[in-house]
Design a protein around this ligand. Structure first.
Ligand SMILES: NC(=O)C1=CN([C@@H]2O[C@H](COP(=O)(O)OP(=O)(O)OC[C@H]3O[C@@H](n4cnc5c(N)ncnc54)[C@H](O)[C@@H]3O)[C@@H](O)[C@H]2O)[C@@H](O)CC1
Length: 463
């Protein structure tokens, strides 16, 4: 964001002008949501406080009863100018009373250390007592880049992100305390490499020339627990794959749906031979695989195939000494670790996990392994080896049930089989899984989730 702001300043726009745009745009949003609700604006020493004086002036001119309470005198030139232009009275923060609506402009992206205890007590009490609380740019107490709380977590109803998202808006534990987050346009072009929030994908329906292979032949390599492979296969179907096949040992399990093909492959050589089929769109290995010698042989067979590949669950635990194999692949690879798998994998391939936040940690692993990495969780981060990162924030919490990872893996594999671009396939699948969860209602099972995937796809159709 600093680079983007500098680019605007280079065109002759001053810090004062940018602050004015920011404060007025934030004021406009608060006025639209809060109308004439009596409002307390809390101003800090830096430019975040400057935004507060601008928006207080704006709200006052709209007829909103406004009180400004300041922590200290403004300490930047732009904040001083904004403070001087504010025509109302300014009281000390310590003297402020509870108001139905409070706007936090104490600290924004410049917070470098935890807020003093006495200040925090007054501030957090005012926020908690308000019926509606806003934070301008960032909640005070949150570190923008590390996306952590420097003070206790504090919940806001609405956060107005100025110009661009910062990591704290999208990554836990701060994101879920931000309430609704609105991106406020302040005339700054968001630079390449900025924090990117996941967006609804656009999915093309099958065209007139479509057939099952063109839509995507998905192959799931089954292991010790066939049920997991089956769940992934059902999810691949629900995502629109044209043909879904499971490679497994022995005969097809009882009750296998007739529209999922079971191909018997008792030995790893048989798996390799099956994976030589040039019509395959993408291969999934990992759900229910196991971690023994048989599983290792299946991972080797899958990694040696020429198709786009998704490595999930147990397969991720077997990657430690297969880094070379990953690097040598020419077809795209997607890895889908949750927290435990991410930590174990990073350790196994000697990639440090001390980057400032989850997004940079994911980007580092993706670059090191030359694979697309989806680091799953309530905030899911998708990173491509070239450094692009997408954050899926505030995922449906009902997804925290057994089997949803298998569903997601199947969904990713179906999208990958369809177009072969790992970053897009993963982002589409993450979005689709979350939407399917919302359609499934509360307390769904993984199987029920797979059944609502077609509805999620329907909502994304580009027609
Ligand atoms: N850079 C710009 O030109 C613009 C910035 N804008 C606003 O400016 C904010 C960033 O402004 P600043 O860099 O001035 O940062 P802040 O306004 O977040 O505050 C920084 C000031 O607080 C002090 N400080 C940091 N941590 C503290 C603590 N724990 N206790 C007491 N004092 C502490 C710092 O020493 C510094 O004086 C953004 O979040 C945004 O709201 C907008 O006005 C748009 C224009």
């Amino acid at each position: 964001m600093v680079a983007a702001e500098q680019a605007v300043f280079d065109t002759g726009v001053s810090v004062d002008a940018l602050m004015r745009r920011a404060g007025e745009a934030a004021g406009e949003m608060i006025w639209r949501l809060g109308g004439n609700t009596p409002t307390l604006v809390l101003c800090g020493p830096g430019n975040n406080g400057g935004d507060g004086y601008v928006l207080a002036q704006f709200l006052g001119q709209k007829g909103v009863p406004v009180t400004v309470a300041a922590l200290t005198e403004p300490r930047t030139d732009a904040a001083r100018h904004a403070g001087a232009r504010y025509q109302g009275e300014v009281i000390a923060l310590a003297d402020a009373n509870a108001h139905p609506q409070v706007v936090d402009c104490l600290f924004g992206s410049g917070l470098t250390r935890s807020i003093d205890d006495a200040v925090w007590r007054v501030f957090s009490s005012l926020i908690k007592k308000a019926s509606r609380s806003f934070a301008v740019d960032l909640p005070s107490g949150a570190d923008a880049d590390q996306a952590i709380w420097l003070n206790d977590p504090l919940h806001f109803d609405h956060v107005l992100a100025l110009g661009a998202f910062k990591y704290a808006h999208l990554l836990e534990p701060v994101a879920s305390a931000c309430g609704a987050v609105s991106l406020i346009d302040i005339g700054v072009d968001v630079p390449d490499g900025a924090v990117t929030q996941i967006s609804k994908p656009s999915i093309a329906p099958p065209d007139a020339q479509s057939h099952k292979y063109r839509r995507g032949l998905v192959v799931v390599v089954a292991g010790a627990m066939v049920g997991a492979a089956l769940l992934a296969a059902r999810a691949a179907q629900g995502t629109g794959a044209g043909y879904v096949k499971i490679l497994g040992v022995g005969d097809a399990p009882a009750g296998l749906p007739a529209d999922i093909v079971w191909q018997r492959a008792d030995e790893p050589e048989a798996v390799s031979a099956a994976l030589a089929d040039p019509r395959i769109g993408a291969v999934l290995v990992g759900p229910g695989l196991g971690r023994g010698a048989d599983a290792e042989a299946l991972v080797d067979a899958a990694m040696a195939c020429a198709h786009p590949l998704v490595l999930d669950a147990d397969a991720l635990h077997l990657l430690g000494n297969r880094r070379e194999g990953l690097a040598n692949r020419t077809a795209p690879v997607a890895l889908t670790p949750h927290h435990g798998e991410f930590t174990a994998l990073s350790e196994a391939v000697s990639v440090a996990t001390d980057a400032p936040n989850k997004a940079s940690r994911t980007a580092r692993l993706a670059k090191a392994l030359r694979a697309c990495v989806l680091y799953k969780g309530a905030d899911s981060v998708i990173a491509a080896p070239d450094g692009r990162v997408i954050i899926a924030d505030r995922r449906c919490s009902w997804l925290s049930v057994a089997g949803t990872g298998d569903v997601l893996a199947g969904c990713i594999t179906a999208r990958l089989a369809n177009h072969g671009v790992a970053l897009h396939a993963v982002a589409e699948a993450v979005w689709l899984q979350d939407r399917a969860a919302r359609y499934a209602g509360p307390a769904f099972t993984a199987g029920q989730l797979a059944k609502t995937l077609p509805l999620a796809v329907e909502s994304c159709l580009d027609r």
